[in-house]
Ligand binder design. Structure first.
Ligand code: ZN
Length: 248
């Protein structure tokens, strides 16, 4: 890992080009807004990548120089090439952090990392969401109160078809009555994965201070640790550290 955490913000970047209402909320694109508030942090440096760039902006060179990849996608999950998904998965398993936002729950990469359908219930009514901190000792909850609210959201409800998380940092309540595991953390190989629910494209959610705070905490938590093992894809035949005899 370099001195600063190198974050690549990946966005499908389609709604902003085809829907005027979304373009008005995110004139720089969702990726531009996320890269902007992260890039203002002294310990973080950002770049962006989008679906329509060659190799979706995720060349091996870009991934090799990424500590944490943030993923926002919705309407074009199927257009992401499987070869790129393979490449991202391999980097995560070897230590790159992955933060998947909102409708990225159905992205190829998140489903690959989870191994389940990752389906859920949803409703677009602009209702209120209250996110309760349900793992107060987790680094992603640092600096938050017991809960925070987002005034207008798209609802995501249980059952959320994910494997049992290593940590459930947030659990949401919605005005309509549903609940949802809205901030879930996993270890996969040498890498860490965090799914964070908020972020529907028609609401200015990535401008909200608490949401930005969570994503900054998640970047620092997901950043690689400079520990042993550079390629967990290798399964070496291992010589004993000491000489020994095997007896009957
Ligand atoms: Zn949405």
């Amino acid at each position: 890992m370099a001195d600063k955490i190198r974050v690549t913000v990946w966005n499908e970047y389609r709604h902003e080009k085809t829907d005027q209402a979304v373009a008005e909320v995110y004139p720089e694109g969702i990726h531009g807004q996320i890269a902007s508030f992260l890039g203002a942090e002294a310990d973080i440096v950002t770049r962006t990548a989008t679906l329509d760039e060659p190799e979706h902006g995720l060349t091996q060179e870009v991934l090799d120089n990424t500590d944490v990849l943030i993923w926002w996608g919705h309407m074009a999950h199927h257009e992401v090439q499987d070869e790129i998904v393979d490449r991202v998965q391999r980097r995560v398993l070897n230590g790159m952090g992955l933060i998947v936002l909102h409708s990225g729950h159905l992205s190829k990469i998140f489903r690959r990392m989870m191994g389940t359908f990752c389906t859920l219930k949803w409703r677009e009514a602009g209702e209120r969401e209250r996110l309760w901190v349900t793992d107060p000792s987790h680094p992603i909850a640092a600096g938050l109160g017991e809960f925070f609210e987002i005034p207008h959201v798209e609802m995501y409800g249980e059952f959320f078809d994910i494997p049992t998380p290593d940590a459930t940092v947030f659990t949401s309540w919605f005005q309509g009555g549903e609940v949802f595991r809205s901030g879930v953390a996993y270890h996969r190989g040498k890498g860490k994965v965090f799914y964070f629910r908020p972020g529907h494209e028609t609401f200015p959610i990535f401008f909200q201070a608490e949401v930005q705070h969570v994503i900054k905490n998640a970047v620092r938590w997901a950043a690689p640790v400079n520990g042993p093992y550079n390629d967990l894809g290798r399964a070496p035949n291992y010589k004993a550290n000491e000489t020994f005899e095997v007896t009957d």
